[in-house]
Design a protein around this ligand. Structure first.
Ligand code: AMP
Length: 119
């Protein structure tokens, strides 16, 4: 599957549409989810045209992969989530209801979350 340059996160990276930014560096951008499912709901996306973890791990540089995962951790630190904890989710493909075809990690926290979803 080819990367869709018109997906909403590509538009956010090109600053064609706004976002509520939490963190940004050369590798990644973190911003609030527009439809929060928890008191803290932040998305972290890599800077590059990657649809999924499989795509990212196969095609991204080692520097970008390291930078992206550092950005996920840094975002959690900035949000002050280390002590009470948080959940990371990366929905992938249709079985997981991935809506936006640009790799993204959800950071969810701010309350006691329910059990892991597997239904
Ligand atoms: P997923 O189902 O894992 O692909 O999640 C996509 C997420 O992107 C959803 O939680 C949406 O609420 C969120 N989303 C869609 N458009 C925007 C936007 N313009 N700004 C912030 N979050 C968005």
């Amino acid at each position: 599957m080819a990367y869709d340059q018109n997906n909403v996160f590509a538009k956010i990276l090109r600053e064609e549409i706004p976002c509520a930014k939490i963190y940004e560096d050369e590798f990644a951008l973190a911003f609030n989810d527009i439809n929060a499912q928890a008191p803290v709901h932040v998305l972290v996306i890599p800077k590059g045209d990657y649809i999924s973890m499989a795509d990212f791990s196969a095609n991204a540089s080692t520097e970008l992969m390291a930078g992206f995962f550092r950005a996920v951790g840094e975002t959690a630190r900035i949000l002050g989530l280390e002590s009470d904890g948080y959940r990371l989710i990366a929905n992938t493909g249709s079985n997981a209801h991935q809506e936006v075809p640009h790799l993204h990690f959800h950071i969810l926290s701010g309350k006691k979350l329910g059990p892991m979803l597997c239904r």
